[in-house]
Design a binder for this molecule. Structure first.
Ligand SMILES: C[C@@](CO)(OP(=O)(O)O)[C@H](O)COP(=O)(O)OP(=O)(O)OC[C@H]1O[C@@H](n2ccc(N)nc2=O)[C@H](O)[C@@H]1O
Ligand SMILES: Nc1ncnc2c1ncn2[C@@H]1O[C@H](COP(=O)(O)OP(=O)(O)O)[C@@H](O)[C@H]1O
Length: 279
């Protein structure tokens, strides 16, 4: 069984505070976008082995892969093991704040449940998803957008009728999510950079993780400032914990032109794509 496993951006990510368990209380709006991995899952028969392959080097192929974690958690809850084969065709860069691994985990939960004859209900799948990672449950919802509260794992579908043209820019370096949250409390704003909410028809775009991330990765702060000066840009923000920055333009032609200019600005090692939010 083959499933599309889309990336997300966070249109806003408000951090309300650090919790006693070390996680942070957040309010976020996740939107699925037109960049996706393809996840293939095959049920081989009896046993308990998982063979994982992937088209790109550098993705872990052992039990630390979120796709395998999802499969193991599914089998534990369903109370039955099988032998499986997974292939990940990755197009979403990792350590990018685009939720690639989380999306793969959700696709595996859906596919495994389907292939095993639907032993688990959506509520149970959402619970398992939340135990794998804060971003996983939103990818189990059918809607193109969702709101997350708590760690981000308490999700509700969100109305989002806008098909927004986007440019995504990920410099060559990744950013580990735990590091970004850890720096949040004691971080400072850089002068001359816009951190304030950008008021848009779909809501107030802001990302509380820009403060800690920009302090170390000055290039991203400079990139945000540059994006906000470009023709047709309605808003620019970091997605999740980075390192992807995204800009929303008014038209697809503007996002195509901006993608070209951004590639030149960042150099050829950056990953740059023009796409749009899913509706
Ligand atoms: C920042 C966001 C925004 O959507 O996405 P990414 O940048 O990772 O894509 C999420 O909050 C990330 O979600 P996810 O990547 O699933 O994180 P998890 O695996 O649950 O957590 C990784 C680590 O980040 C920290 N963490 C995560 C979520 C949260 N609300 N508070 C935290 O402090 C914790 O240190 C945790 O151990
Ligand atoms: N299926 C997967 N796809 C991508 N990365 C994965 C996967 N499973 C585990 N990882 C690990 O998770 C880390 C974060 O990856 P990812 O979820 O793509 O980024 P982010 O949390 O920034 O959106 C990577 O460093 C990678 O080694």
């Amino acid at each position: 069984m083959e499933l599309s496993s889309p990336a997300k951006i966070n249109l806003w990510l408000r951090i309300l505070g650090r919790r006693p368990d070390g996680f942070h209380e957040v309010e976020t709006r996740l939107c699925k976008i037109g960049i996706a991995d393809t996840v293939s899952l095959e049920l081989l028969g009896t046993g308990n082995s998982v063979a994982l392959t992937c088209n790109v080097p550098g993705i872990p192929l052992d039990e630390s892969n979120l796709a395998i974690k999802a499969l193991r958690a599914f089998e534990q809850r369903a109370g039955k093991t099988h032998s499986w084969r997974i292939h990940l065709e990755k197009r979403i860069p990792s350590g990018a704040g685009l939720g690639g691994g989380s999306s793969n985990a959700a696709a595996i939960l859906r596919a495994a449940n389907e292939l095993a004859g639907q032993p688990l209900e959506l509520g149970t799948l959402l619970e398992i998803a939340g135990s794998i990672g804060a971003d996983v449950p939103c990818f189990l919802l059918d809607t193109p957008a969702a709101d997350g509260t708590g760690r981000g794992e308490q999700v509700t579908p969100a109305e989002f009728p806008w098909k927004l043209p986007l440019v995504l820019i990920k410099p060559a370096f990744p950013i580990p999510t735990p590091w970004a949250y850890k720096q949040w409390k004691d971080s400072q704003e850089l002068p001359g950079v816009l951190y304030a909410p950008q008021i848009c028809p779909w809501g107030e775009m802001v990302n509380g993780l820009e403060r800690p991330v920009f302090e170390k990765y000055r290039l991203l702060a400079a990139l945000k400032t540059w994006l906000l000066e470009q023709k047709g840009v309605q808003a620019a923000l970091m997605s999740g914990s980075g390192s992807t920055m995204f800009a929303i333009t008014r038209t697809g032609a503007e996002s195509a032109a901006l993608a070209e200019a951004a590639q030149q600005w960042c150099g050829e090692t950056a990953w740059v794509r023009a796409t749009e939010t899913l509706v």
